[in-house]
Design a protein around this ligand. Structure first.
Ligand SMILES: [Mg+2]
Length: 242
């Protein structure tokens, strides 16, 4: 496609450049961990249950880690009472082999440049992610994104029981009890329809970027403020900036 930024275009003065905060998704948006985290997750389920879960037909994108653990456990007829043990083992596996994560994690094209623009514009940057916090921090550190990411007010897979709760916890950390008055100039940048649904549920603005597993066609027409094929096209970033 010629123009990767699809309609509706972001209006001048209402774009990312005048945001008060940007809440980045991690996987497929900021970086890829090269399968290291996914493999550790499956291994964690195996270590806890002694059984190999199936990934057949499960769509993981945009889900929070406790949901993923639940879905994997279901494939081997195990219940949610095993979720805490799976997440704790997952944490141990990731932190037990940070070399693998550090070696295979790659920042996606254009991310560092857009982050630098946001730093210059004094836009607060944190994350809203399905990753449990300890793994999110490991991935962000592997990618060298802390700073500019401020991990403290982030929303993580262990900050709530749904992605919306996770985002709300981040907004509370950023703005306190008055967070609802601040959402109109806060953006979520993500790579799945679930990132958008979360933004819409809370009144946040949203840019979707097709750098994860979801194709751009599946991100269009859902009501995002912007849909981009990537973050490396200067013309697109200029329009997103507003
Ligand atoms: Mg993602």
């Amino acid at each position: 496609m010629d123009a990767s930024l699809t309609q509706p275009e972001v209006q001048p003065g209402r774009g990312l450049g005048s945001a008060s905060a940007v809440l980045w998704d991690i996987d497929g948006t900021l970086l890829t961990s090269g399968g290291v985290a996914a493999q550790a997750f499956l291994k964690a389920v195996e270590q806890v249950t002694g059984l190999s879960p199936s990934v057949e037909g499960i769509e993981f994108e945009g889900r929070i880690d406790p949901e993923i653990a639940t879905l994997l456990l279901e494939t081997i007829d195990h219940g949610t009472d095993h979720v805490p043990a799976v997440l704790s083992t997952y944490h141990d596996l990731i932190h037990g082999d940070l070399d693998a994560l550090n070696t295979r994690t790659q920042v996606l094209p254009g991310v560092r440049e857009l982050m630098a623009m946001l730093v210059d514009a004094q836009v607060h940057q944190t994350v809203v992610t399905g990753n449990i916090r300890s793994v999110a921090e490991a991935k962000l550190n592997a990618a060298g994104l802390v700073p500019p990411i401020d991990v403290e007010p982030g929303g993580y897979g262990d900050s709530g029981s749904t992605r919306v709760e996770v985002a709300e916890s981040s907004l509370r950390a950023l703005f306190g009890d008055q967070w609802t008055t601040r959402v109109g100039d806060c953006w979520i940048i993500g790579d799945t329809p679930r990132d958008l649904a979360c933004a819409q549920a809370l009144g946040l603005r949203c840019a979707l970027v097709a750098t994860g597993r979801t194709p751009v066609e599946a991100l269009q027409g859902l009501g995002a403020d912007a849909v981009l094929t990537g973050l490396e096209v200067p013309g697109d970033i200029k329009r997103l900036w507003g």
